[in-house]
Design a protein. Structure first.
Length: 290
């Protein structure tokens, strides 16, 4: 465990080098275009570890490309334990007169695990404790058996690095994209960030965590979305996508066992090659509901 912590600290140090701190023209233009967004990304409530990932995830540039605007009603899909985007989107909605919601484990599902119930309770407690910062954070039931999301309720839906997981449950992928389409207001935006596979046949289980851009676009268009733009903001040419433990071999996960395995990390595994690569190559897509 100590070895893994040291590796994570090394990754953080790499991310905080002067080179990582130099903003390119795209970033400068994005900051100038929405000073509130730049302000929340620089917020003191965000940890150093979270900010270290900005060099790979480009939050200001990505959200600007996707079309986030002041006053929007936002839905973040599966924010996860770290809730990296929540720390940006909830304060942004609060400061601009918008509203922020996140999907949470479906409490109406009698098969929901205690672990999932606990995770939702912890998320609600964390963001409910600071309404002056985060505003009123709403959590909506969502899962394989959940009722549809409320129709025409959101201006902006963000899903980040989640699509591969939906591909493993029968019918979940189709359900998800259709619900997103129906839950957006006409003209609403679906923002997609996803580990990007090389062009070619798509593994239907996405076992490596990588998905082709063509596959994602096809699924979204089937649900009625229109592709409005794609960006290379989050591209990483160093990512060879042939890692022993899938995309999770790379930071920030830095796994040394198979994804989903309960085996302990291998202390002898050499992470240096993967630290040098950085985070995964990612597609950045913007869809709209016509």
């Amino acid at each position: 465990m100590r070895n893994l912590r040291n590796i994570a600290l090394a990754a953080l140090a790499l991310a905080l080098t002067p080179l990582a701190a130099v903003a390119d023209d795209h970033a400068a233009k994005a900051v100038a275009g929405d000073p509130v967004l730049a302000e929340v990304v620089a917020g003191e409530w965000r940890s150093d570890e979270a900010k270290a990932r900005d060099r790979y995830r480009h939050p200001v540039e990505s959200l600007t490309f996707w079309g986030l605007k002041p006053g929007m009603t936002i839905l973040e899909v599966q924010p996860g334990g770290a809730s990296w985007w929540t720390e940006i989107l909830a304060p942004y909605a609060k400061r601009t007169g918008g509203a922020f919601y996140a999907t949470g484990p479906d409490l109406d599902n009698p098969e929901l695990s205690e672990g999932a119930r606990k995770a939702r309770a912890e998320f609600e407690a964390r963001y409910g404790a600071k309404p002056d910062l985060y505003g009123k954070v709403g959590v909506v039931n969502w899962g394989a058996k959940s009722k549809p999301l409320p129709k025409e309720s959101y201006d902006f839906i963000l899903t980040a690095r989640s699509i591969y997981g939906w591909m493993r449950a029968p019918g979940m992928l189709e359900k998800t994209f259709k619900e997103f389409h129906d839950a957006l207001k006409p003209g609403g935006i679906l923002a997609v960030e996803q580990h990007r596979a090389n062009p070619g046949p798509q593994d239907p289980q996405a076992a490596s965590g990588y998905v082709t851009e063509a596959f994602v676009i096809e699924q979204a268009e089937k649900a009625g979305f229109k592709l409005a733009g794609r960006s290379e903001i989050n591209a990483n040419a160093k990512d060879t996508k042939d890692h022993p433990f899938g995309v999770w071999t790379l930071p920030p996960a830095l796994r040394s066992t198979a994804y989903g395995s309960d085996k302990e990390s291998d202390p002898s595994f050499d992470h240096s090659k993967y630290l040098a690569i950085g985070e995964s190559d990612r597609m950045t897509l913007r869809f709209v509901r016509p």
